[in-house]
Ligand binder design. Structure first.
Ligand SMILES: Nc1ncnc2c1ncn2[C@@H]1O[C@H](COP(=O)(O)OP(=O)(O)OP(=O)(O)O)[C@@H](O)[C@H]1O
Length: 250
């Protein structure tokens, strides 16, 4: 079975020199791959590249074995993502928003109501199904954004800091949802600042620093925070010692 996502030698830098500078990364079927890094490390940029929201300057990206530039509706229907703010129509209720998300991802019409009910239950949103989105709390809007990313049963799930503004119950529901979906064969790429949460769900943790993957963390290891900072500081020192040449060269 091909990787759900494969990125090799991906480069995308901005005028400042920041960005993503030569990243290899994959997500296998059934795997939860977490991406951690300091603010500005390049996590969102990398996820946007994986989703075709940004074009790489170099390198290759494949989803479901297909190069991104050749991916068509069938490949994209198998992807669910929440990167940036949840996109929703404020004047429509939560159910209507999810129905749109389901149809956009090619869920057959007769299945839409059932799949919406299932994902509402999964993320604890049932009580808000008839509520206009503009009247939802921040956390419930985030839950709705997650529901929209998951309603069609995607095989590749890409989430940028998905626990943002979720309450502890929401964090647990999302955790259970991602673990179950991975067990069913989905591949998950998720960025997070919460090392404890990441350790609970990830099969693999990659550390991104200044646009590069500088190593991995053992999800079962003790003192993940210490291991994380050891990697980051060692990389910062190495880059400082080399005058951060790589950063300044095109
Ligand atoms: N569209 C853009 N134009 C210019 N610079 C950008 C753009 N998008 C991101 N950057 C820069 O690229 C770097 C990486 O940003 P990115 O948002 O990917 O980091 P991040 O790891 O997701 O950070 P955070 O944890 O704060 O969300 C930052 O220095 C950011 O300012």
């Amino acid at each position: 079975m091909p990787e759900r996502l494969a990125m090799s030698g991906v480069v995308r830098t901005f005028a400042s020199g920041d960005g993503v500078r030569g990243v290899d990364l994959d997500v296998l079927p059934g795997q939860i791959h977490a991406l951690v890094g300091l603010n500005g490390a390049g996590k969102t940029t990398l996820l946007r590249l994986a989703l075709g929201m940004l074009r790489p300057q170099a390198g290759g990206i494949r989803i479901g074995g297909i190069p991104l530039e050749q991916a068509g509706p069938a490949e994209w229907a198998a992807v669910g993502h929440l990167v940036d703010a949840p996109l929703a129509y404020g004047e429509l209720d939560a159910r209507a928003n999810l129905a749109l998300a389901a149809r956009l991802h090619a869920v057959p019409k007769p299945d839409v109501a059932h799949q919406i009910a299932a994902v509402f239950a999964e993320l604890g949103l049932g009580a808000y199904a008839g509520r206009k989105v503009r009247a939802l709390s921040l956390g419930n809007r985030q839950r709705l954004g997650l529901a929209a990313a998951l309603v069609h049963g995607p095989q590749l799930i890409v989430l940028d800091e998905p626990t943002n503004s979720l309450d502890p119950r929401g964090v647990i529901l999302l955790r259970e949802s991602l673990l179950r979906r991975a067990e069913d064969g989905a591949g998950v790429l998720v960025s997070s600042h919460h090392l404890d949460e990441v350790a609970r769900i990830a099969d693999r943790i990659s550390v991104l620093n200044a646009g590069k993957i500088i190593g991995g963390l053992d999800p079962h290891g003790i003192n993940l925070e210490r291991a994380f900072f050891d990697l980051v500081y060692a990389d910062d020192e190495r880059r400082n010692a080399s005058g951060d040449l790589e950063r300044r060269l095109p």
